[in-house]
Ligand binder design. Structure first.
Ligand code: NAI
Ligand code: MG
Length: 355
């Protein structure tokens, strides 16, 4: 009998999400034909501001039921600030997926490719190739706190950071496992134990405790301020970097920025236990400033689809997609953010062709 297909919810969302998603589907179609990867793609038009305009909500009330049987969610981008405030569109869709599907790992590969001009002087392909592992469900991003004596001289605001042993240990474990699976056997830990004097020394202690299970891994801790400087000055020293929610958010934009354009950066929001579907999406948003011109770079979206196949156990298909991306970046055609003239569809077709 044929293997059960991977069931994928395909959500383009808003803006250039609708332009880059077809290129990811084109690449998936190519790997389906080349490797026989069995895929069942389920198109979904909600989790978008268009749906909000029609219904007054970002998603139908039974969204969780509709997605629960999926093996993964392939997501474009959400947000159309001209008509829907960003906190409504993002908290009404993407942040619900991350939290309610317990996608506690945000994984962002950072890599400098041949053919992509590097904003850091003197860096060549191979110098920058690392993973940022960000905690995605707790930490500094909470809704615990409040304002007292609002509008008076005594006004006070408090916002709590929450770090649980459960939440911290599971992201550290994931990061150590990633480091253990890579040749360099090295993990860098973001901290700020000199300034955030309660939670960050505790975080460091959890990292030490987890390190005892992985004695072969070399661990280095960096305060977040100098770590940012080192991303720019010495990017070659990193292999896997693990960070709390806030620090990981900052590092996972800074890292890709050091490798050229935001149009390349993919991300995976993972529930490693597979109790819920994981979500794969470009780092970039809906880019209203370029939407409609067909010039968005499709690589971040295609690479996100490759990460999805890797998570679903289709390593050969992932490798073929990445090799095709590498070749097209090196030889063209390239979109404008890379200094070329190609359209989204021309670059996407070239990637599918190479697969
Ligand atoms: P953005 O990432 O959409 O755009 C930032 C800049 O990068 C723009 O100049 C854009 O043209 C350019 N850019 C982005 N992706 C590109 C691509 N693939 N090819 C070429 N150029 C590209 O961020 P911005 O403008 O801050 O946000 C726009 C909307 O997207 C907002 O509603 C925001 O909330 C939302 N957003 C959604 C995200 C998500 O769905 N995960 C992530 C970030 C922003
Ligand atoms: Mg961010």
């Amino acid at each position: 009998p044929a293997p059960r297909p991977h069931r994928i919810a395909v959500i383009p969302g808003d803006g250039i999400g609708k332009e880059v998603m077809p290129e990811a589907l084109r690449a998936l179609d190519a790997v389906q034909r080349k490797f026989g990867v069995p895929l069942e793609l389920v198109p979904i038009d909600w989790a978008s501001c268009d749906h909000y305009a029609k219904t007054g909500e970002m998603m139908p009330p039974d969204w969780k039921n509709q997605l629960s049987g999926m093996d993964a969610i392939l997501f474009g981008a959400v947000g159309w600030p001209a008509t829907v405030p960003d906190h409504v569109s993002l908290w009404g869709s993407l942040l619900k997926f991350r939290r309610e599907f317990d996608q506690y790992i945000n994984l962002r590969p950072v890599r400098l490719f041949d053919g992509v001009p590097c904003p850091l002087a003197g860096r060549k392909p191979g110098d920058i190739d690392f993973l940022v592992v960000r905690e995605n469900t707790e930490g500094e991003y909470t809704n615990l706190g409040g304002v007292m004596y609002a509008g008076t001289e005594r006004e006070i605001v408090l916002q709590e950071t929450v770090m649980s042993r459960h939440g911290t240990d599971r992201v550290l474990k994931f990061a150590f496992e990633q480091a253990a699976a890579r040749p360099r056997q090295k993990l860098d830990v973001a901290t700020k134990s000199n300034g955030i004097a309660i939670s960050m020394p505790w975080w460091d202690g959890r990292a030490d405790a987890m390190h005892a299970n992985y004695p072969q891994i070399a661990v280095e801790k960096h305060h977040i301020d100098i770590l940012c400087a080192r991303f720019v000055l010495q990017p070659q020293r990193f292999d896997v970097v693990v960070a709390s929610n806030l620090f990981g958010d900052i590092l996972s934009d800074l890292g890709p920025a050091c490798t050229g354009t935001i149009g390349l950066a993919p991300s995976a929001n993972l529930n490693p236990e597979r109790a819920f579907p994981s979500l794969f999406e470009p780092v970039h948003g809906s880019a209203p400033d370029i939407y409609g011109q067909g010039i968005a770079n499709p690589v971040a979206m295609v690479w996100s689809a490759a990460l999805m196949l890797q998570f679903l156990g289709e390593q050969a298909a992932h490798d073929a997609m990445l090799a095709a991306i590498e070749q097209v970046l090196a030889q063209g055609p390239r979109t404008r953010d890379l200094g070329g003239q190609a359209s989204t569809a021309e670059m996407g077709a070239a990637i599918a062709e190479r697969i």
